[in-house]
Design a protein around this ligand. Structure first.
Ligand SMILES: C[S@@+](CC[C@H](N)C(=O)[O-])C[C@H]1O[C@@H](n2cnc3c(N)ncnc32)[C@H](O)[C@@H]1O
Length: 257
C-alpha cells in the first residue's frame, strides 16, 4: 500500500457520498444483500447474536446498513477522517456502532476481541499492492475471527477487468445534470496494477468545479486470493456474482477452521 491511499480517503471523506447515485439507498440495498448472505451462512435467527467487524468501513455504508438489521457491529478504517464521518452518520441513522481507526494489516494489535464475521467491502483489499501485505491482512483478519467465523470480501471482478483493461468508467450524470462522477484508469505495463483518477464534477451557482483524487490498486485475481486464503487456514472459499446476489461486485466468503 502506498501513501496515496490514506491521502485519497482523507481528502474524499466529506464528499464520499457524492460518488453514489443515492448513498442512503446504497446503505439500505447493501445491508439487505449482506443480511441475506449472512442468514444463509449462520443458523441463529437473531442478528443481535452475530458480531461483525467491518475492517474498511469508510464513511459507514455497510456498517450502518448491517447495524440497521440489528447486527452487533464494530467498524474500523485506516482513514481517521472517514471514521469520524462514519461516527456522525451512524448517529444520524440512529444506530450504535463501535468505531476505531485501524489498518487491516495490524488488526491483531489494534482491535480487541474476536468476531463472528469480518467484512471488507467495496474493493478495499486491492489497495494492498504486494503479496506480503495482502498476506498480512488476511492473517490479521484470521486472528480476529471466532472458530467457524466468516470472512466476507467484496472486490471488483479483476479476472474480467484484466482482459479488457478499461480506461474509463461510464460517467454518472446526477442531480439533474449538476453532478458528474467518473473514474479514469491508468494501467501499468504489466497489467497487474492501475492508478485510479476519481473525478467529481459539480455545478454550484452556475460554476463548474472539478475534484480530482488519485490512488493505486492491484488487480488481484481470484486464484491468487484463493491460494493465499487456503494457506492461511481458511476453508470453503466461495465467490458469488452480481447476477445471483444483486450486489454490484463479486462477493467472496471464506470460513476460519
Ligand atoms: C472504496 S472505500 C470503501 C469504504 C466502505 N466500505 C464503503 O463501501 O463505503 C475503501 C476503504 O478502505 C480503506 N482502507 C484502505 N486501505 C486500508 C487498510 N490498510 N486498512 C484499513 N482500511 C483501509 C480506505 O480508507 C477506504 O475507506
Amino acid at each position: 500500500m502506498n501513501d496515496s491511499v490514506l491521502k485519497f480517503y482523507e481528502e474524499l471523506a466529506e464528499d464520499y457520498h457524492l460518488i453514489f447515485v443515492d448513498w442512503n439507498q446504497a446503505i439500505s440495498r447493501q445491508g439487505e444483500v449482506l443480511d441475506k448472505l449472512i442468514r444463509s451462512k449462520f443458523t441463529t435467527s437473531s442478528a443481535h447474536n452475530i458480531s461483525v467487524l467491518d475492517c474498511s468501513c469508510g464513511i459507514g455504508t455497510q456498517a450502518i446498513g448491517l447495524a440497521k438489521y440489528g447486527y452487533n457491529v464494530s467498524a474500523t478504517d485506516i482513514s481517521p477522517a472517514s471514521v469520524k464521518r462514519a461516527e456522525k452518520e451512524a448517529v444520524s441513522h440512529g444506530v450504535h456502532i463501535n468505531f476505531g481507526v485501524a489498518d487491516f494489516r495490524t488488526l491483531d494489535q489494534d482491535v480487541s476481541g474476536v468476531f463472528d464475521i469480518v467484512l471488507s467491502a467495496d474493493n478495499a483489499i486491492p489497495h494492498l499492492m504486494i503479496d506480503e501485505d495482502l498476506n498480512k491482512a488476511f492473517q490479521n483478519i484470521h486472528t480476529k475471527l471466532n472458530h467457524n467465523g466468516l470472512l466476507i470480501v467484496t472486490i471488483r471482478d479483476y479476472d474480467a477487468m484484466v482482459k479488457e483493461k478499461p480506461t474509463i468508467t461510464q460517467p454518472n450524470v446526477l442531480d439533474e445534470g449538476k453532478r458528474i462522477v467518473f473514474q479514469v484508469y491508468d494501467w501499468a505495463e504489466d497489467g497487474k496494477t492501475y492508478t485510479v483518477h476519481q473525478f467529481i464534477m459539480h455545478e454550484i451557482n452556475g460554476e463548474w468545479k472539478t475534484k480530482h483524487n488519485r490512488t493505486e490498486y492491484r488487480a488481484w485475481l481470484r486464484e491468487e486470493i484463493n491460494n493465499m486464503l487456503n494457506v492461511i487456514g481458511f476453508t470453503d472459499v466461495e465467490w458469488r456474482f452480481p447476477e445471483d446476489t444483486g450486489y454490484y461486485q463479486p462477493i467472496m466468503t471464506a470460513r476460519k477452521i
